[in-house]
Design a protein around this ligand. Structure first.
Ligand code: ADP
Ligand code: MG
Length: 375
């Protein structure tokens, strides 16, 4: 069992160490998309209004020098709460600001990955963080596939629960591992090496698994077809072995860009050496629709083609057919969400996951480090 933050309680005087997901896109000093920020803020506001003294811990970007200061500025614009910013993670400024917190006040710590101890899950560093809270709340599912100090080290030291955003994601993905039947998984995107464990698991959990995107190229190759200049993985894959599974649905036609730069549709056994496969064809989409129409549960991750470059027909067709399906639908992936945003129909899916790699890991392995740490 994973315990969940009780939203019916008050938390007057309780110091909450809250791991939030604030890794939002920045354009210069501006937050260009505040969706994740507002989701995270809802938990911060709940805790503060329930009387807690909230210490918010999060990371941003990839570089150690990246700062959460711009996120703090954006946060202040979105809330009327008293929020301060600590210019370090667990140094003198953080310690001072945490000590000064009154009930209902919030402090945001600087980017936790500025400290080397975070990614190493260093016990000394975890102790310093844990000293800031009486309880630990993890509301950062998208960051919880990493066994970092703020994800697994701190909850090992103090009482711990999952926050509402974490819980919502966790429940949806648990549901995606026990789909109502008939069930359909649709997987696209790139890099079979990274999505192979996912496909393998899906073949054991779903009645049918349709592969599209550049992933499908590996299967065309394994079927002995020409794939021309298409994107394929450099190393060996187990596409051959997976092909033997009758639950796997492989496209039968594609859209290519020819050596002459023309956009042409072809059967998969008619691809030419000069072609690049950039999208899945209409016949395969019609066949997929037959499964989607019957499905009680659909999971979708990954675009069907190189949609950013204009090869977006199959991806948008999938987005529409999943939205129109009458069963439960769980969709996710950074690029998948970008495609959905183009249609602006996010409300037509049961759950849209913004957890990225954590979502794929959770479904593939049935758990992630941050979930285990909360048991
Ligand atoms: P997600 O972020 O939704 O999990 P991925 O990151 O796995 O998806 O894959 C998305 C990328 O795959 C996109 O940049 C898309 O252009 C690319 N892609 C999909 N199909 C093809 C293809 N046939 N050829 C080249 N790139 C492709
Ligand atoms: Mg992606």
């Amino acid at each position: 069992m994973v315990a969940e933050l009780d939203l019916t309680q008050t938390y007057t005087g309780v110091r909450v160490f809250l791991r939030s997901s604030l890794n939002v896109p920045l354009e210069g000093e501006n937050v260009s998309n505040t969706f994740r920020l507002r989701e995270s803020l809802s938990t911060i506001e709940f805790l503060a209004r329930a009387g807690a003294r909230v210490v918010v811990c999060a990371h941003i970007g990839r570089a150690k020098t990246d700062s959460l200061k711009p996120v703090y500025e954006a946060l202040k614009k979105e809330t009327s709460l008293p929020v301060t910013f600590a210019s370090d993670v667990c140094g003198s400024d953080a310690a001072e600001k945490v000590r000064a917190l009154k009930d209902g006040e919030v402090v945001l710590l600087e980017n936790v990955r500025q400290e080397a101890g975070e990614e190493k899950n260093d016990p000394t560093f975890s102790k310093k963080l844990a000293a800031f809270g009486d309880v630990y709340v993890n509301d950062a599912f998208p960051d919880s596939h990493r066994a970092h100090a703020s994800i697994v080290g701190v909850p090992a030291l103090i009482p711990h629960v999952m926050g509402p955003n974490f819980a919502r994601e966790y429940r949806a993905l648990e549901r995606a591992r026990t789909p109502e039947r008939p069930s359909l998984a649709i997987v696209g995107g790139a890099k079979l090496e990274t999505k192979e464990p996912l496909i393998r698991t899906l073949l054991s959990l779903y009645d049918h698994v349709f592969v599209g995107g550049a992933l499908a190229n590996e299967f065309f190759k394994a079927q002995g077809h020409e794939v021309g200049r298409s994107l394929v993985s450099s190393g060996p894959t187990s596409a051959q072995e997976l092909l033997a599974n009758s639950r796997l649905l492989v496209p039968t036609d594609v859209i290519v860009e020819t050596a002459e730069g023309e956009k042409v549709s072809r059967a998969v056994d008619a691809v030419m050496p000069g072609d690049i496969i950039f999208d899945i064809g209409v016949h395969s989409m019609e066949r997929l629709r037959a499964y989607a129409t019957q499905a009680q549960f659909i999971l979708w991750n990954g675009p069907m083609g190189n949609f950013e470059a204009g090869f977006d027909e199959a991806t948008l067709a999938v987005a529409r057919m999943v939205a129109e399906s009458f069963g439960v639908s769980v969709v996710g992936g950074g690029d998948t969400i970008a495609a959905i945003e183009r249609l602006g129909n996010a409300e037509h899916y049961t759950h849209v996951s913004s957890a990225g790699g954590a979502m794929l890991d959770y479904i593939a392995h049935g758990t992630i480090a941050g979930v285990e740490a909360l048991r």
